[in-house]
Design a protein around this ligand. Structure first.
Ligand code: UDP
Length: 327
């Protein structure tokens, strides 16, 4: 039986990955400090005897038990969101950089066979090369993006120096059931689905023509599994749909009224993953269309019942530091 560790396994992507690994017959250890992760995210698998969940702060090296006996480490634990990363950069450094180094050291000690890192496409910033491939210039625009990128650099460094077999997946805009909603103003799906439930207008940024490379969570999980089963090491690989969709397109699928809010500094007009490398090295291609993915989120809309319902005024207050610091 394969044994896998999933850090951040109670989070949005992590909980989907844990479910899939259990289906594949893995024994799974979840390490999560529940800062964003939720126990409910693991409700459907919590009674599985092959699952062990531990509450641990990965930024405290001495708090982490030995990884001995495990085959794979999937490192997804991180703090997300732009505004709090601007307000509390040290916390982001601890969670996204220090914790990553700690998990890397533990992985080397235990001779982990494959370390897969959840990197962020935000490292590309406002890219001038679209579609964006893995050799494109990196230019993080805010501390969240920077800390995830430094985390990735650490992962690659540990591969080079300590020969830890690693793959870093640069995730584009991942969406799907259980996408994060923690009271912080953030990812568009959480904002819009809570607005839909409350029958309030969608707060569309700019003219809504900006496009994002949305990728459905089950496809992302498949990429993690394939990366862990591959013989690759030291590779950085984009994981996106390769088919950017506009926010107006999303609104059409969700249906409802719209309220326009100002364009935010540091935001690209388009993100577009070049996914040739993932096709070739991982033999991975996205399976779920944007339309089907949105449909499945609407089916799970009750998850956002307790989420904050944002309006333009609240967003203005919540993004004050964003407008102040980024130009
Ligand atoms: N967006 C929007 N209204 C919101 C929040 C986001 O129109 O209330 C848009 C935003 O302009 C961007 C897209 O949704 O084009 C995705 O935003 P998100 O913050 O989820 O991801 P990121 O901008 O980091 O790619």
């Amino acid at each position: 039986m394969k044994k896998s560790i999933v850090t951040g396994g109670a989070g949005f992507i992590g909980s989907h990955l844990v479910t899939k690994l259990l289906q594949l017959g893995h024994s799974v250890l979840v390490l999560d400090n529940f800062s964003n992760g939720r126990r409910e995210n693991l409700a459907s698998v919590i009674s599985n005897p092959n699952l062990l969940v531990k509450n641990v702060d990965l930024s405290e090296f001495n708090a982490i038990e030995s990884f001995d006996g495990y085959d794979n480490v999937f490192h997804l634990a991180a703090l997300a969101d732009i505004v709090p990363s601007i307000q509390r950069p040290l916390e982001y450094h601890k969670s996204n950089v220090d914790a990553t180094v700690n998990v890397l050291i533990k992985s080397v000690e235990a001779k982990i066979k494959k370390f897969v890192y959840a990197a962020s496409s935000s490292c590309y910033g406002i890219s001038s090369s679209v579609p964006t491939n893995e050799l494109s210039m990196t230019d993080p625009q805010y501390p969240y993006a920077l800390t995830k990128y430094i985390g990735e650099q650490c992962v690659l460094h540990w591969e080079k120096i300590y020969k830890l077999p690693t793959v870093s997946l640069r995730l584009f805009n991942v969406f799907g059931p259980r996408s994060r909603t923690n009271g912080t103003y953030g990812a568009v799906f959480g904002v819009f689905l809570a607005q839909k439930l409350a029958q309030k207008p969608y707060t569309v940024v700019g003219d809504g023509n900006q496009k994002r490379d949305f990728i459905y969570v089950s496809d992302v999980v498949e990429a993690f599994i394939k990366a862990s089963q591959s013989n690759l090491s030291g590779e950085v690989i984009n994981i996106g749909s390769g088919k950017p969709k506009s926010i107006n397109n999303l609104v059409e699928l969700l249906q409802g009224d719209v309220e326009y809010i100002p364009k935010r500094p540091g935001e690209p007009d388009i993100t577009h993953a070049d996914i040739l490398k993932s096709n070739q090295l991982l033999n991975w291609t996205p399976q779920v269309s944007f339309e089907d993915g949105v449909k499945s989120m609407i089916e799970h809309i009750d998850y956002w019942k307790t989420a904050t319902v944002w309006d333009s005024e609240q967003i203005k207050t919540a993004t004050k530091d964003w407008f102040f610091y980024l130009h």
